[in-house]
Design a binder for this molecule. Structure first.
Ligand code: SF4
Length: 196
């Protein structure tokens, strides 16, 4: 009986890393690497965040151009269908767990471009958004507060967009295909490969 309990402990607590999960969450929130892919006007708020006034490196945050090493994806404003394709591919290249912060009204509901033929009105239909910051444009302190909110959600385990993307992949893929047409990845890959 006690052997069974030991097995259970090893299987569910150690092998599944549940025992160490609070430590991992704390470490993750303290070392967020940002995917430096600035979309839309909100990207202009990044220099004040990185420089002396807000100095986000003191929280362990670092800009990083490689999606494979990024944890936090900032969507810094309006999203066009053409950009959205790159956003989806970049998001899928990032390793789990990964988090998405959307700046400003545009990725929430299209913002001032709500009636435009060429702006995606709801980013959350195509990739999961963990925290969205309202405003046009949100000031640097609002972006900082959004990052702090992501950190709080990482620590309490509610920044789970990466899990939702896996669990509801068919729904996200259906929305993506409705916008771009089925087979869009393959078609785009063929176009990009022609440049290599
Ligand atoms: S919310 Fe305003 S600042 Fe942000 S991308 Fe849209 S128009 Fe630009």
């Amino acid at each position: 009986m006690s052997e069974m309990k030991n097995d259970d402990f090893v299987n569910y607590e150690l092998r599944e890393f549940k025992l160490f999960e609070p430590l991992f969450r704390w470490a993750r929130k303290k070392s967020l690497w940002i995917v430096a892919f600035c979309t839309g006007c909100g990207g202009i708020e990044m220099p004040p965040l990185a420089t002396a006034r807000y100095d986000f490196e003191r929280f362990g945050i670092m800009p990083n151009p490689a999606p494979r090493m990024g944890d936090l994806f900032l969507i810094t404003g309006y999203v066009t269908p053409k950009t959205l394709k790159r956003i989806i591919i970049t998001y899928e290249m990032m390793q789990d767990p990964k988090y998405v912060l959307a700046h400003g009204s545009c990725p929430i509901n299209g913002g001032v471009y709500w009636d435009s033929y060429n702006v995606v009105k709801q980013l959350d239909k195509y990739i999961p958004v963990d925290v969205a910051i309202a405003g046009c444009m949100p000031r640097a302190e609002a972006v900082m507060e959004g990052i702090m909110e992501i950190m709080r959600k990482i620590e309490d385990g509610t920044a789970d967009g990466w899990k939702r993307y896996k669990e509801n992949y068919e729904w996200y893929k259906k929305n993506q295909d409705e916008l771009f047409g089925e087979g869009w990845r393959e078609k785009d890959a063929r176009r990009w490969l022609a440049w290599i």
